[in-house]
Design a protein around this ligand. Structure first.
Ligand code: TRP
Length: 518
């Protein structure tokens, strides 16, 4: 198996290698931690209409576009956008890369907490049965253990990225099949608990209550983008290592469906445990609380093998997250290589160096204590604020502008013809052009508009949409005494990412034709 093509660009050893890598990227914390929390927060059955709309009208089509861009241009996202839609496109793609680094920072901090909980599952986690779960997580958050883990996980990522496709393939060939096996064990255990099936009804019973709330739609759209690894050009980079004849229409759809199947199964596992033990996450349960506290609390009530199942659950999240984090980091690394002709080692040193420092900042255990009220660690507060912007907005903004540029400026008809030439099972019809040119931008645009109005506190009475004002997820109360925090983080995020993207786009580079692996 060769790992470089004639021009010296690294290529996947096999089609299976690519599918495993792309599904390893897609399946991650998004499918376990974020899906469970979002589906619960937005009311189970109420989440489906926007979720499926997002999958078929936006998710799969954009997956095909992002992969198609990489496969036809054989470049990372910024260079591929430059070649198809000029400097504007390149700027957008660099903005996405800067956001990818921010997302990698906190993604790995979350993995560091997961890793710490894995260690604790062999000790204090169930020292006092279900009662010791919450305090154990609290202890992890306020200790230095996650900082150590954050360094370790960045180091692991460096190992898996060190030889490009070759080392990535090595990792996903082991981890991706293992993920499915572990998830199967958990779902069988969950569904066979007394009352475990109750959770299935919660997840499946349609409910149209929340359907007019912009936040539910934004939640579903952001969830879909994040889960499918869209909006950062990740799939473009992975597909740029495909041979010219590869069929991304089929592969892209397949990866999309596999990801959502996994997500569904994960939802079943989580909801069956919650309902079997009537654990209703309280109002204050944040996104992380669901997977790191509520689910382990459910496992504590298992009739047997609690420690084994808890360790299995944390290990599953860890490997699912690892195969995703390597893809998030590969994006900016490959982008720098392609624009400046840097060696892999040099690009990795910059991205990983920056990223590791950021992860440590998010893992800092200092607890803010203001007005005599202990709140949560400063790092976690910062993480939630950055997540609000990077997760909630940047992926959707990139998706919207990308659809407009590829749809109208480059011409989606051109891309579709190139993709259809290699499509062996089904070809994309003209409906695909309509989706990319009009449907995707309109849907995302409307959702973003309502949310911005919502953040600004504008209520739209005719539609029954309340203006909530600047709100951060459902944990607004954590920011008592840290009022300047949200605005400062917003300014830092927007200013920092835009300026960095602008500087990189402006600096010449030489869109290096091809370079071998260093
Ligand atoms: N999809 C992954 C998850 O569900 C995370 C991820 C990997 C990602 N690459 C991405 C999210 C690119 C957005 C963009 O956990």
């Amino acid at each position: 198996m060769s790992t470089a093509d004639a021009a010296g660009r690294s290529v996947w050893g096999s089609k299976l290698g690519f599918v495993l890598a792309a599904s390893g990227s897609a399946i991650g914390l998004g499918n376990i931690v974020f899906f469970g929390a979002n589906a619960y927060r937005f009311g189970g059955g109420a989440f489906y209409v926007p979720y499926f709309a997002a999958l078929f009208l936006i998710g799969i089509p954009m997956m095909i576009v992002e992969m198609g861009l990489g496969q036809t241009q054989r470049k990372a996202f910024p260079s591929a956008m430059n070649r198809t839609s000029g400097k504007k496109g390149e700027f957008l793609a660099w903005w996405a890369q800067v956001n990818a680094i921010v997302i990698a920072m906190y993604y790995i901090t979350i993995l560091a907490w997961v890793g710490s909980m894995l260690v604790k599952s062999f000790g204090p986690l169930y020292a006092d049965g279900a009662n010791s779960v919450g305090p154990t997580f609290g202890g992890v958050l306020t200790s230095w253990m996650p900082v150590v883990f954050a360094f370790g996980i960045w180091a692991l990522n460096a190992v898996f990225l060190s030889k490009g496709t070759k080392t990535i393939e090595g990792a996903v060939k082991i981890f991706v099949p293992l993920m499915w096996v572990f998830m199967a064990l958990l779902v069988v255990r969950g569904l066979t608990l007394d009352n475990g099936l109750q959770g299935v009804w919660y997840l499946f019973t349609p409910n149209f209550d929340g359907i007019t709330e912009a936040a539910v739609w934004q939640g579903a759209f952001s969830q879909m983008f994040f889960s499918l690894s869209l909006g950062l050009g990740t799939m473009t980079v992975y597909a740029s290592y495909l041979p010219r004849k590869a069929d991304v229409v089929t592969n892209g759809s397949m990866v999309g469906f596999m990801n959502c199947t996994f997500e569904f199964v994960a939802g079943l596992a989580i909801f069956s445990m919650l309902f079997a033990f009537t654990l209703y996450p309280g109002e204050g349960t944040g996104t992380l609380g669901m997977s790191l506290v509520v689910v382990p609390t459910g496992i504590a009530n298992f009739p047997a093998l609690q420690v084994m199942f808890a360790a299995l659950f944390f290990f599953l999240m860890l490997i699912a997250g690892l195969t995703s984090s390597i893809s998030i980091i590969e994006g900016p690394v490959a982008s720098l290589k392609d624009k400046f002709g840097w060696s892999r080692a040099k690009a990795m040193a910059l991205v990983i160096g920056l990223g590791a420092v950021g992860s440590v900042a998010f893992a800092l255990p200092q607890v803010l204590e203001l007005d005599g009220k202990p709140t949560q660690p400063l790092g976690l507060s910062l993480l939630e604020l950055f997540d609000h912007w990077a997760f909630g907005y940047s992926l959707l903004i990139v998706g919207l502008v990308e659809a407009v540029l590829i749809g109208h400026v480059y011409g989606i008809e051109k891309l579709r013809a190139q993709l259809n030439a290699n499509a062996r099972f089904f070809k994309l019809g003209p409906w695909f052009d309509v989706l990319i040119k009009y449907v995707v931008p309109t849907l995302i645009g409307v959702v973003l508009l309502f949310n911005v109005l919502n953040e600004l506190g504008v209520s739209i009475e005719a539609l029954g949409i309340p203006g909530k004002g600047f709100y951060i997820g459902d944990n607004g109360e954590y920011f008592d005494g840290f009022e300047w925090g949200p605005s400062a983080v917003f300014g830092l995020w927007l200013g920092g990412t835009v300026v960095a993207a602008w500087l990189i786009t402006r600096s010449g580079g030489y869109d290096h034709e091809e370079e071998g692996e260093a």
